[in-house]
Write a protein that binds this ligand. Structure first.
Ligand code: 5AD
Ligand code: SF4
Length: 439
C-alpha cells in the first residue's frame, strides 16, 4: 500500500438485509463526522465501503467483481473497505487476495472505521473483526437525518443455530441494546424526520431489557414505550423467530394502535422432518397455531414469511407440505430462496444435497403460489381507504409512493409531500403494489 491523500468523498454500498442498511447509514454518519462528503450520484468516490452479505451463494465472488470494477484501469483507484458479514467470515482471505482492499471491518467493529481510515491513508492495511458486545453503538455519532421510515437496530446476533444459517457465526451471540439507548435513538430519529420506525434484529423478538424503573421487559414493553413518543406514528419490527413470540407481544398487536398490522415470521418449510433437520424449534402445526393467536389479537394482520426450498434430503412429498402450509396461511408477501450450502454450517455437510434443477422447479412452484396469494391479498384491499406514509416520488409527474399499514406499496397522484401520512382509497391491485386515490 502506498500513502494516499485523505479521501474527500465516500460511498457506502450495502447489500443484503435491513440490518446492513442500518449499519450502512451509521457508517455514513461517521464518515460525515470525519468531514468526508457523500459522493454525488454516478460520480467516483475517493473511499468506497462495500457493506456485504454472506447469507447465500456467491457473496464473496460479488465482492471481488465489485472490487475489480472499482479499480480496473483507474489511475487513482478509491480506498476500499470491505464491511459486513463477508468481511467477518472471510476477512483474512480478502486481505490476502486483493491488495486493493485496505480495510476489512466486521459488523461489530465498524465504529473503528475512522481510525482504520487514518492508517489506510498512511499506507497501512487493517483487518478488524472483533466482536465486542455493544461497544459499537456507544461510539457512534448521534442521528442527524432520517427518511420518513427509519430503521433502528435493537438486537444483534443469533443463538438459534438453524443448521443452514451463517448468522450465528458472522454476527455472533445475541445481544440486546439497552432500553434507554433505544428510546434516545428513537426520539432523535423522530426529531430529524422519522414518522415510522422499524425495529431490527436478526432475532428481534429475543430482545430483553430493563425499563426506566429497572423492570425486566421484552419486545412488547419496548414497543409500548416507543409508542409514547408523540410524533412517532408507526412501529414495525423484523425479523422474528416463532420460539420468541410471547403472549405480551401478541397482546400488543391488539392494543397498541401504532404497531402496524404486519408480521414477518419466517417458517422455512411446512414439513416437520425438514424443520427438525433445520433445527427449527417449531412444527408446521405449532407455527399455524401461533399465527391463529396473532390473528385473534389483530384480525387484519398481514403475514409475511421466509422459505427455503431444497434443504438437504427434502423429498417431493416434503416440499408439497410447504405448498400446503402456504395455502393454509395466505401470505400477503414472502421471501423464498433456494438452499445454499454455507461453509461451516452443519447442513453443508449433510447427505442428500438437492440437484439445482430440482431446486429451480420447486422454487418456481412456490413463488407461483406466493405470487397468487399476494395478488389475492392486494385484490381484497381494493375498495378500502387507509393511511399511506408517503416516502418517495414516483416515475410519473405528480406520482407519489408510500406504504399502507399492511406494508403494501401504494402509488397515487395528488398533492402530498414526502413524510405525509395521507388517506388513500385503494382502487387497483397489481402483483406487488396497488394504485390509490387521495381522499
Ligand atoms: N440458504 C438459503 N436461504 C437461507 N436463508 C438463510 N440461510 C440460508 C441458506 N443457507 C434464508 C432464510 C432466512 C433468510 C434471511 O434467508 O429463509 O430466514
Ligand atoms: Fe446477510 Fe444475514 Fe449478514 Fe444480513 S445478517 S448481511 S442477511 S448474512
Amino acid at each position: 500500500m502506498r500513502k494516499t491523500a485523505s479521501p474527500k468523498t465516500y460511498r457506502v454500498e450495502s447489500f443484503g438485509c435491513q440490518m446492513n442498511v442500518y449499519d450502512g447509514e451509521r457508517m455514513a454518519e461517521m464518515l460525515d463526522r470525519e468531514g468526508i462528503a457523500p459522493a454525488a450520484d454516478g460520480a467516483d468516490a475517493d473511499l468506497v465501503v462495500l457493506n456485504t452479505c454472506h447469507i447465500r451463494e456467491k457473496a464473496s465472488e460479488k465482492v471481488y467483481s465489485r472490487i475489480g470494477r472499482l479499480t480496473k484501469g483507474r489511475e487513482n483507484p478509491p480506498l476500499i473497505a470491505v464491511a459486513g458479514c463477508v468481511a467477518q467470515a472471510e476477512g483474512e482471505e480478502i486481505m490476502a487476495r486483493s491488495q486493493a482492499v485496505s480495510m476489512v471491518v466486521g459488523p461489530q467493529a465498524y465504529h473503528r472505521l475512522p481510525a482504520m481510515l487514518e492508517r489506510a491513508v498512511g499506507g497501512l492495511r487493517t483487518a478488524d473483526t472483533d466482536m465486542p458486545a455493544d461497544a459499537k453503538f456507544a461510539a457512534l455519532p448521534s442521528r442527524r437525518k432520517s427518511a420518513p421510515s427509519a430503521f433502528l437496530t435493537i438486537q444483534e446476533g443469533c443463538d438459534k443455530f438453524c443448521t443452514y444459517c451463517v448468522v450465528p457465526y458472522t454476527r455472533g451471540a445475541e445481544i440486546s441494546r439497552p432500553f434507554s439507548a433505544l428510546v434516545d435513538e428513537a426520539k432523535k430519529l423522530v426529531e430529524v424526520g422519522a414518522k415510522e420506525i422499524t425495529l431490527l434484529g436478526q432475532n428481534v423478538s429475543a430482545w430483553r431489557g430493563e425499563d426506566a424503573k429497572g423492570q425486566a421487559i421484552g419486545m412488547a414493553g419496548l414497543i409500548r414505550a416507543l409508542a409514547e413518543i408523540p410524533e412517532l406514528l408507526r412501529i414495525r419490527y423484523m425479523t422474528s423467530h416463532p420460539a420468541d413470540m410471547d403472549d405480551a407481544l401478541i397482546a400488543a398487536h391488539g392494543e397498541v394502535a401504532k404497531l402496524m398490522p404486519f408480521l414477518h415470521l419466517p417458517v422455512q418449510s411446512g414439513n416437520d422432518r425438514v424443520l427438525k433437520a433445520m433445527n427449527r424449534s417449531h412444527t408446521a402445526e405449532s407455527y399455524l397455531k401461533l399465527l391463529d393467536r396473532f390473528r385473534a389479537a389483530r384480525p387484519d394482520l398481514a403475514l409475511s414469511g421466509d422459505f427455503i426450498v431444497g434443504f438437504p434430503g427434502e423429498t417431493d412429498a416434503e416440499f408439497e407440505d410447504t405448498l400446503k402450509l402456504v395455502d393454509a396461511v395466505g401470505y400477503a408477501q414472502a421471501y423464498s430462496f433456494k438452499y445454499s450450502p454455507r461453509p461451516g454450517t452443519p447442513a453443508a455437510d449433510m447427505d442428500g444435497q438437492i440437484a439445482p434443477e430440482v431446486m429451480d422447479e420447486r422454487l418456481q412452484r412456490l413463488q407461483a403460489a406466493l405470487g397468487r396469494d399476494q395478488l389475492a391479498f392486494n385484490a381484497a384491499s381494493v375498495g378500502k381507504t387507509c393511511e399511506v406514509l408517503v416516502d418517495r416520488t414516483g416515475k410519473f409527474p405528480g406520482q407519489m409512493l408510500g406504504k399502507s399499514p399492511w406494508l403494501q406499496s401504494i402509488h397515487f397522484t395528488g398533492d402530498a409531500q414526502i413524510g405525509d401520512l395521507v388517506r388513500v382509497e385503494l382502487v387497483e391491485a397489481m402483483g406487488s403494489s396497488l394504485g390509490g386515490r387521495l381522499v
